[in-house]
Design a protein around this ligand. Structure first.
Ligand SMILES: Nc1ncnc2c1ncn2[C@@H]1O[C@H](COP(=O)(O)OP(=O)(O)O)[C@@H](O)[C@H]1O
Ligand SMILES: Cc1ncc(COP(=O)(O)O)c(N)n1
Length: 266
């Protein structure tokens, strides 16, 4: 069994962050491990408080894992602020790294700044060069690149420009497009489109976390990048179709293995 590591924030309501990542790793029959960067007080309606974990504790969590356990895939999600990013990059650099998927989490669906705007520079300079695959949604790609992205042509341009900043592969996600939910993968040479009709869904809390973790697990399981993204896209599509209500706001997506097994995704 492969071992997957998420470096991300905790979502007390379990729909996004570390909790979504671990559920996704388990559904993909990998062993999930976590380095918590921040604890959020969050539910389906919003984020109410955040406690950042100190750089020393983050470094020690990373050290505890890598000094002892072989890691086959890493996913990075919420990284809060410059000091958090710097300690993650500087500590990870000491080890031989497996594929690393960076979901550049910035603003939650409920509108909370999970990354301090000032930390954008550190994210670009410290994390992008060590990234195998970056998976921004449209607002995140716009924030990194500084221009509007509203159609497929602009998504392709963004994928090229992001690739220039260091990652081996770029997946620009189209969840924020108006008609389709097409994602664009770029490997430095070719574009690959993952078409999907938009599902009329209310419960989409943690979709980005889930997709990036599914890709991480697929890469850890030895899949080539194209297949890893294709399978993860099938997973997130089913997860969204079966999203459900647990509170008064935006509910989580679905992670129960049997459903995916039946659909032939896992
Ligand atoms: N309504 C939807 N119907 C189908 N797929 C969706 C929908 N919303 C998001 N997705 C897909 O879910 C994945 C996560 O995308 P997105 O929601 O853009 O991420 P984030 O959570 O980072 O904003 C992408 O593959 C995207 O295309
Ligand atoms: C700890 C944490 N990490 C990531 C997200 C993004 O998820 P979403 O975009 O669905 O709000 C979140 N809300 N909380």
């Amino acid at each position: 069994m492969k071992h997957c590591l998420t470096i991300a924030g905790s979502d007390s309501s379990g729909g996004a962050g570390i909790q979504a990542d671990l559920k996704t790793f388990s559904a993909h029959a990998t062993f999930g491990m976590s380095i918590i960067t921040a604890v959020t007080a969050q539910n389906t309606q919003g984020v109410f408080d955040v406690q950042d974990i100190t750089p020393t504790v983050i470094a020690n969590q990373i050290k505890a894992i890598f000094d002892d356990i072989h890691v086959h895939g890493i996913k990075i999600g919420m990284v809060s602020k410059t000091e958090t990013i710097e300690i993650i990059a500087n500590t990870l650099k000491k080890y031989d790294l497996p594929p690393l998927v960076l979901d550049p989490v910035m603003i939650s669906k409920s509108g909370y700044n999970l990354l301090k705007p000032k930390a954008k520079k550190a994210l670009i300079e410290k994390l992008l060069p060590m990234t195998t695959l970056i998976t921004p949604n449209l607002p995140e790609a716009e924030e990194i690149l500084g221009y509007k992205i509203e159609d497929l042509e602009k998504m392709k341009l963004a994928a090229k420009d992001l690739h220039y900043l260091g990652p081996n592969f770029v997946l620009v996600k189209g969840g924020h497009l108006s008609k389709t939910a097409t994602d664009v993968l770029y490997d430095g040479k070719e574009f690959y489109l993952f078409d999907q009709e938009r599902i009329k869904a209310t419960h989409t809390h943690g979709t980005g976390c889930t997709l990036s973790s599914a890709i991480t697990a697929n890469l850890a399981n030895g899949m080539h990048i194209y297949k890893a993204v294709k399978k993860a896209k099938e997973y997130i599509t089913i997860a969204i179709k079966h999203g459900f209500s647990i509170g008064h706001g935006v509910g989580p997506t679905h992670h129960f293995y049997e459903l995916y097994k039946k659909a032939g995704v896992l």
